[in-house]
Design a protein around this ligand. Structure first.
Ligand code: F6P
Length: 324
């Protein structure tokens, strides 16, 4: 292993730069070259590469986004696209790659590895925290803090106007952000894809909340929630059925993916980045590095993609009790 490639792919996440920095500097430490691949798999197909050294990654540990840019490449899903990617890697004499991203990124890596037996190591970077084989993904902690700060602000205005707010947070398939930020911000109800609360129970719960004398209510809803209505339809439905409420909607959107990474995400990214390089140097491939019980562990990429990272149901109970 003389030259390692690194890319960020899929939705960006705060802390991806800290991971790039760790990978580049670990390469320097072990006396090997490091090449940055721009725009994920799309840059791999187009041969959009840059040589990186320890100084190229100065002052990025604190920056959100990714200096290597990110993309979701349709072309890499085709055999022809992957063949071009392989040719570019050979031409640049890259011996292995570190893929920073989520399940889509790892699925691409697995297929590529199967076809070309090319060494790939995954580093989990997504705000969703929906990856099996790690307690935390890079970016999740920062996103949680961003969401809690936003909801705190919404609470100020909700309480001044005695309003009910529906706050939609990211999480297509997973409720980690909704559940944890919901508890952290003291939400009255939390709607997540993993649990279908049902409309009737939601109405009952909101009636109880009003009766308890609260001046404001916050319902946090994950974008992938399965209640059967989008957040605006849900708000209308509640307003029509519970006349005692004046309802507003706030969709937090992509601001959740931005911002300077938290200390936790920087440290996590540094630990996982170093381990990813060491695994390639040890001749390992097709695995993801993750943090399990505060130890850096590896999981087969296939398991990381297919396994289910379950939410902590204790938090649902705690939330129910706290929103009394
Ligand atoms: O996977 C990360 C994520 O932020 C999801 O929570 C969200 O559903 C999706 O990406 C949004 O993707 P895009 O940036 O393509 O709109």
């Amino acid at each position: 292993m003389k030259k390692i490639g690194v890319m960020t792919s899929g939705g960006d996440a705060p802390g991806m730069n800290a991971a790039i920095r760790a990978i580049v500097r670990a390469c320097t430490y072990y006396n090997i070259e490091c090449v940055g691949i721009y725009r994920g798999y799309q840059g791999l197909i187009e041969g959009d590469f840059v040589n990186l050294n320890a100084r190229s990654v100065s002052n990025i540990i604190n920056r959100g986004g990714t200096i290597l840019k990110s993309a979701r490449s349709k072309e890499f899903m085709t055999k022809e696209g992957r063949a071009k990617a392989y040719e570019n890697l050979k031409r640049a004499e890259i011996d292995g790659i570190v893929l920073i991203g989520g399940d889509g990124t790892f699925t691409g890596g697995m297929i590529f590895n199967e076809e070309y037996n090319f060494p790939c190591i995954g580093v989990p970077g997504t705000i969703d925290n929906d990856i099996f084989g790690t307690n935390y993904t890079i970016g999740y902690d920062t996103a949680l803090n961003t969401v809690v700060q936003a909801i705190d602000k919404i609470r100020d205005t909700a309480s001044s106007h005695n309003r009910l707010f529906f706050v939609e947070v990211m999480g297509r398939d997973a409720g980690f952000i909704a559940l944890n930020a919901g508890v952290g911000a003291g939400a009255e109800e939390i709607l997540i894809p993993e649990e279908n609360m049902g409309l009737d129970r939601l109405l009952e719960s909101l009636k109880r909340t009003k009766r308890s004398g609260k001046s404001s209510s916050i319902v946090v809803i994950a974008e992938g929630d399965k209640i059967g209505k989008n957040v605006f339809e849900l708000a209308n439905y509640v307003e029509e059925n519970l006349k005692q409420y004046e309802v507003r909607v706030s969709v937090l959107g992509h601001m959740q993916r931005g911002g300077s990474p938290s200390c936790f995400d920087r440290v996590l990214a540094s630990r996982l980045g170093v381990k990813a390089v060491e695994l390639l140097l040890d001749g390992k491939s097709n695995v993801m590095v993750g943090l399990v019980n505060n130890k850096v562990e590896t999981t087969e990429l296939e398991l990381a993609v297919k396994g289910h990272h379950a939410i902590n149901k204790e938090l649902i109970r705690v939330s129910d009790m706290m929103s009394i």
